[in-house]
Write a new protein. Structure first.
Length: 557
C-alpha cells in the first residue's frame, strides 16, 4: 500500500512538473541508441552505458562521477586502490610514509620517487615535470578549473631529477593522498599555455589524444558516444579488450533495456527497483562501498538563502517532515539505510554513531510554529513577515531523484512548506561558478546529489570552507552553499593538518556532530556503487575509490 502511495505521488507530481515546467529542464527525449562501428570478428569491444555525459575530460577541469571514473581508462594516478579500497603504488615506487623517509618528521615535505619505465601514450616519458606542471596549472588563476583543492595546499614543488617530486607544505596536510589523481602532459600542454596564457580553450581538454592509461582517447560525439582504444605504449601489461565504447543514454530505463537486450556489457548507478529484472536476464549485480551518500545540501547564507533556511530549527523541521526511511524501504527496496552522518561509510569517524532524525511531521509543525512560520493567510503555505515559505530544490534528472523530489514536495506541503522542483541535465547541473551553474547562482535552497569525503577513504572535506565560497575573484570555489561557519571552518582546517589518526578522529567527530546539530547536510540514502555486469565480461573487479583500477585485466568471453 505504502509503495503504491509513493509511486502514485511520484507519477502525479512528475506529471505536474512536466506540464508546468517549473524552471527545470524538460526530461530528455528518447533517441535511437548509438551503436559501435562494425569491428573485425577478432576485435574485442566492450560497451558501457553512461546515464550522464562528460562535462570535459581534462583532470583539472572535470567534475562529476562519470568524468572522474572514465579518467582511469586513459589517464593515470600516482597510486590506486584495489577492490578492498587498499592503496597501492602506480606511478611511484612506493607510497611515501614517515617510516620510509617519504614524509618528513614535521610533515612539511613529501617526496615521490617515480618509476623509470612510465610513459605517455606517444612514447614520451612521464617525469617529475609532468607532476610539477599539473600542480602549477591547477592552481594558476588564469585557468578556470573545477577546483584548486587539494593542490592549493602545496606551496611548492621541486624536481631535482626526472624521477623525483618533492612537495612542500606550509603546514602538515593529512589528506595528501588525495593528490595526483590524474596527470596532464607538460610536453603537450605547455606550448598551449605559453601561447594563450591559459588552458581553458585547449583542444586537449575534450580530445586528450595523449594520455597514460591502458586506453587512448579516440572519439567523443556529444550526446551519443565516446570511444577509447588500446594504448600500445602502455607501461603495464597490455589490456585484453581492444576498445571501450561508451554509449550515453537519457535515463535509467534506457540503460536497463540495453543491458537486458544484450546491447551493453556494463551499467552503473542501477536503481534498486531494476535489479530483479536485470538478474533475471543473467546480469550480475556487484555492489562496492564507495563512501558515497545521497544527501541534501542546505544553502545557508544571508544574501542568497530564503530567510527560513537561516533558522536551524526550520532545517530540523524539514528533516523531520521527510519520511526518508519510508522512501528507502518502498522505493529503494530496503537495500540501503538512511545515513545520519556524512562519514557513514567510515565508522571510525562516525563515533559515537549518530541516528537519523525521525519522521515526525507533528514535531516538524511545532518547530515551524515556534520559529514563527505560520499560515497567516490560509493559503496552505506558511509565511513570516510577509514572506511565503516557498523554497527551491534542484538535482539531476536521475529517476530515483525525481521520485524523491515528488515525495518530498508532497510531504513538505503537508507541513505547510511549498517546494518548487528543478531538475537538470548533468552537464547543466554540474556547471561551475564560471559556467553560471544552477548550484552557484544562489537560487537553489536545497541542492541534492551523492558525494563522499573528498579523498575517500581519507575523511577530508573542504566544500564548507569559507575560502571555498565562489566569487568572481575565486571562480574555482566549491562551496556552492555559500555557508561560512567560522567554528566549522576552524575544525575543517584543523583536521587537515592532523597526522595522528586519533587526534584527527576526535576533530572529525566534532565536525560530524556539528553537521548533525546544525543540519547543514541531510542524508537521504546510502549510495554504494551498484554495477550491472553482463555475462560476456570476465576478470571484473571494482574499487570504491578508483573504480576501474584493473580494467586492463578485464576480458570478453
Amino acid at each position: 500500500m505504502k509503495r503504491n502511495l509513493y509511486l502514485l505521488l511520484s507519477l502525479v507530481v512528475l506529471a505536474s512538473m512536466i506540464l508546468t515546467a517549473c524552471g527545470g529542464n524538460a526530461p530528455a527525449t528518447t533517441e535511437p541508441l548509438a551503436t559501435e562501428p562494425a569491428a573485425p570478428a577478432d576485435k574485442k569491444v566492450a560497451t558501457f552505458i553512461w546515464t550522464q555525459e562528460f562535462t570535459t575530460l581534462s583532470p583539472p577541469y572535470s567534475s562529476g562521477w562519470f568524468t572522474l571514473a572514465t579518467r582511469q581508462f586513459w589517464s593515470c594516478w600516482a597510486w590506486e586502490y584495489n577492490e578492498k579500497n587498499e592503496v597501492y603504488p602506480k606511478l611511484v615506487t612506493e607510497i611515501p610514509s614517515i617510516e620510509n623517509g617519504g614524509i618528513s618528521e614535521d610533515g612539511l615535505t613529501i617526496t615521490l620517487n617515480l618509476r623509470d619505465d612510465i610513459q605517455w601514450s606517444d612514447g614520451e616519458p612521464i617525469t617529475s615535470e609532468d607532476f610539477r606542471f599539473t600542480w602549477a596549472m591547477t592552481v594558476d588563476p588564469s585557468n578556470t578549473v573545477a577546483s584548486t583543492y587539494p593542490y592549493d595546499q602545496v606551496t611548492g614543488i621541486e624536481t631535482p631529477d626526472a624521477q623525483t617530486v618533492v612537495m612542500k607544505f606550509d603546514e602538515p596536510f593529512s589528506a595528501w593522498s588525495t593528490l595526483w589523481w590524474g596527470l596532464i602532459p607538460a610536453h603537450i600542454l605547455q606550448p598551449v599555455y605559453d601561447a594563450e596564457s591559459t588552458l581553458d580553450n585547449a583542444e586537449w581538454n575534450n580530445k586528450p589524444t595523449v594520455g597514460c592509461g591502458p586506453y587512448n582517447f579516440a572519439e567523443w560525439e556529444s550526446g551519443s558516444f565516446a570511444r577509447f582504444v588500446r594504448n600500445d605504449n602502455y607501461f603495464d601489461p597490455a589490456p585484453k579488450i581492444d576498445e571501450i565504447f561508451i554509449r550515453f543514454v537519457p535515463d535509467d530505463a534506457a540503460q536497463t533495456n540495453a543491458l537486458v537486450a544484450g546491447d551493453a556489457d556494463l551499467g552503473t548507478f542501477i536503481p534498486y527497483s531494476e535489479t530483479p529484472k536485470l538478474k533475471e536476464a543473467g546480469i550480475e549485480i556487484m555492489v562496492q562501498p564507495s563512501g558515497y551518500n545521497e544527501g541534501i545540501y542546505f544553502q545557508v547564507n544571508d544574501e542568497f538563502s530564503h530567510p527560513a533556511m537561516l533558522d536551524v530549527n526550520v532545517r530540523k523541521a524539514i528533516a523531520m517532515a521527510l519520511d526518508r526511511d519510508g522512501f528507502n524501504q518502498d522505493v529503494n527496496l530496503g537495500v540501503v539505510k538512511t545515513p545520519a552522518s556524512y562519514w557513514d561509510a567510515l565508522p571510525y569517524y562516525n563515533d559515537p554513531p549518530l541516528e537519523p532524525y525521525p519522521y515526525d511531521p507533528e514535531a516538524a509543525k511545532a518547530l515551524l510554529d515556534e520559529a514563527g512560520w505560520v499560515d497567516s493567510n490560509g493559503d496552505g503555505t506558511r509565511d513570516k513577515d510577509g514572506v511565503e515559505f516557498v523554497i527551491q530544490h534542484g538535482t539531476v534528472t536521475r529517476d530515483v531523484r525525481q521520485e524523491f523530489q515528488a515525495v518530498a514536495q508532497q510531504q513538505l506541503a503537508e507541513v505547510g512548506i511549498k517546494l518548487e522542483i528543478f531538475n537538470y541535465d548533468a552537464d547543466i547541473f554540474w556547471g561551475t561558478y564560471a559556467d553560471n551553474g544552477p548550484n552557484y547562482t544562489g537560487e537553489l535552497d536545497l541542492q541534492q546529489w551523492s558525494d563522499a569525503p573528498t579523498g575517500f577513504p581519507d575523511p577530508d572535506i573542504y566544500y564548507w570552507l569559507c575560502s571555498e565560497i565562489p566569487t568572481d575573484e575565486n571562480p574555482a570555489g566549491t562551496n556552492s552553499f555559500f555557508l561560512c561557519d567560522e567554528e566549522l571552518d576552524a575544525l575543517i582546517q584543523l583536521q587537515a593538518t592532523q597526522l595522528v589518526p586519533e587526534e584527527r578522529q576526535e576533530t572529525i567527530s566534532k565536525i560530524n556532530q556539528m553537521f548533525y546539530d546544525k543540519v547543514y547536510w541531510l542524508g537521504l540514502w546510502q549510495d554504494p556503487d551498484v554495477w550491472a555486469v553482463g555475462p560476456r565480461l570476465t576478470g571484473v573487479k571494482f574499487s570504491g575509490v578508483s573504480p576501474f583500477f584493473n580494467i586492463a585485466e578485464w576480458d570478453i568471453k
